[in-house]
Write a protein that binds this ligand. Structure first.
Ligand code: G3P
Ligand code: MG
Length: 237
């Protein structure tokens, strides 16, 4: 059955990557949440998508140039037209996840040079609290994903791609990674089915159109990342 991942939480209704968006995903019956993580200047792991705070908070500047002390003062909710929301620490989200059954897809973001430290920090936070079976680590930076074979073997690893891959099965096999998180516009139905037939877990992002969602559910794709909070209610599995 297709699993529904709330992309940055239910980000069509609540400000993305905030506890409000994640809580709503649980309320709406999501199978999991997707979130983006980066390191602050003082190496705290914060949940935020862009490299700067400009779009989604009332502050300005890059995440990497700011300490947690700086970031915790910012409002990550009002830009969306709602009330105040904090930028969450990954610790906070993980503690909340410990009290439910949601899967978490942690997408590694931020400057390339921070990746090794980010992976170590994410592992330190998540490993003691959540079973590896509920954790998926993904990144557009594939060498970082492959480095998890040694750094943190247990959780599922996924390669994120936003353009068509030539011979994707061979590419995945070479990386020894068997999950593909792929932009919907870059993969055909036929390729999705072929990859799944070959044992690859395929999840697609970011799908918000209802017809497109239903089509993917009919294909029995493994997972869909959507900003919506409606999938289990409106779509037939
Ligand atoms: O993980 C799927 C999706 O979140 C990747 O793109 O830019 O929304 O993080 P982005
Ligand atoms: Mg993401």
């Amino acid at each position: 059955m297709t699993q529904w991942f709330a992309h940055r939480g239910v980000s069509i209704i609540k400000p993305e990557n905030t506890m409000a968006a994640f809580r709503l995903a649980e309320e709406r019956g999501a199978d999991g949440i997707e979130l983006d993580v980066q390191l602050t200047r003082d190496n705290r792991v914060v949940v935020i998508h862009d490299l700067s705070v400009n779009r989604t908070t009332n502050g300005r500047g890059s995440i990497r140039s700011k300490t947690w002390e700086d970031l915790k003062k910012l409002d990550a909710g009002s830009w969306f037209g709602g009330t105040y929301e904090a930028i969450p620490l990954l610790e906070e989200v993980t503690e909340w996840l410990a009290g439910n059954n949601l899967i978490v897809n942690i997408e590694l973001k931020g400057p390339l040079k921070t990746m090794p430290e980010l992976i170590r920090a994410v592992k330190t936070i998540v490993e003691p609290v959540l079973p590896a079976s509920r954790v998926i680590i993904s990144s557009f930076h594939h060498p970082s994903v492959v480095s998890l074979h040694e750094e943190w073997e247990e959780p599922e690893k996924a390669l994120l791609v936003s353009s068509g891959l030539y011979k994707p099965l061979r590419y995945l096999q070479q990386a020894d990674v068997f999950s593909l998180h792929v932009k919907r516009q870059t993969i055909s139905d036929k390729e999705i089915v072929e990859l799944m037939d070959q044992g690859i877990i395929v999840r697609v992002f970011t799908v918000n159109d209802e017809k497109a969602l239903q089509r993917l559910v009919n294909l029995q794709v493994d997972g869909i990342m959507t900003d919506h909070g409606i999938l289990p209610i409106t779509l037939s599995h």
